[in-house]
Design a protein around this ligand. Structure first.
Ligand SMILES: [Zn+2]
Length: 278
């Protein structure tokens, strides 16, 4: 069994190990006020573990460190990434559902569906999940990539955005790509999905084809640059644990370029304390 312990919203690892601590190990750390709760990463591995949120006064004992979640993910074995993502999402869910939204009473743990429940009125509070799309848009041998101000210097990724009320996922793909690049798309096809707890998304991946000549007009303040890139001249792109990278690797592979040759961006260590900002 593995433990995912969050202290001041940073995930705790044993120094140098590059893996999650065991529950037995984590429980010897003198954590003070800690709530432990079971989690299950539903995936091919079916991993079970526990997550905990330590109090703000917790300090790391010798040999233990805490890191921002994005930094941790690149250190973990692939089989542990799903567990860490699930734990991060549920820890945030616990922090943001302490009181009933109907009557204001303090909520309690529910044995059902990883939810909180209200002992006064019976209202259930489920962990919030916000759907977002992420899209591989191609024009012949080129892929459409954008550069956010949050990305490491000189790095790019595929375009993405949250689903608005009333939209189908395909509507969001068309709207986001046009808002961020001026490009219209067709031939939208489902690619795959990934839970993405930054802070509470489910990323739904699609492929789409440029409709027209692909002239670029960036109308969106979120991106500082957008452009077409050929498979053999890609800029630094996101790490391999992300669906963004899976979409870019798929594009390259289909054009005869080995994904191992694509540069991965390097993010400087974050000093910002919140999961939402990392
Ligand atoms: Zn209530």
């Amino acid at each position: 069994m593995r433990a995912c312990l969050f202290a001041r919203e940073r995930l705790v690892l044993t120094d140098g190990a590059g893996c999650l601590p065991s529950l037995e190990e984590a429980k010897t750390w003198g954590l003070g006020e800690v709530e432990w709760f079971p989690i299950e990463a539903r995936g091919r591995q079916g991993i079970r573990g526990v997550a905990a949120l330590a109090g703000a006064k917790w300090t790391a004992p010798p040999g233990v460190t805490s890191l921002g979640l994005r930094s941790v993910l690149s250190l973990l074995a692939p089989s542990e990434v799903g567990l860490a993502l699930t734990a991060a999402h549920l820890v945030r869910g616990r922090r943001t559902s302490r009181f009933c939204g109907v009557c204001g009473t303090a909520t309690v743990s529910s044995p059902l569906h990883q939810a909180r429940s209200c002992p006064e009125c019976g209202h259930f509070v489920f962990p919030k999940i916000s759907p977002a799309v992420i899209v591989q848009v191609t024009r012949g041998n080129e892929i459409l990539l954008g550069r956010s101000r949050r990305h490491p210097q000189g790095s790019y990724s595929v375009l993405a955005g949250f689903v608005d009320p009333g939209e189908s996922l395909e509507d969001t793909v068309r709207r986001e790509v046009e808002e961020e690049s001026g490009v219209r798309v067709s031939g939208i096809r489902y690619f795959g999905s990934q839970p993405w707890p930054f802070p509470d998304s489910l990323m739904v991946g699609f492929t789409a084809i440029c409709d027209g000549d692909g002239t670029l007009h960036n109308h969106d303040d979120e991106l500082e640059d957008v452009g077409w890139f050929s498979a053999d001249a890609l800029p630094p792109v996101p790490p391999r644990y992300s669906i963004a990278r899976a979409l870019i690797d798929d594009f390259a592979r289909r054009r005869g370029v080995d994904p191992a040759t694509i540069p991965t961006w390097r993010r400087p260590p974050s000093t910002r304390p919140n999961l939402e900002n990392q």
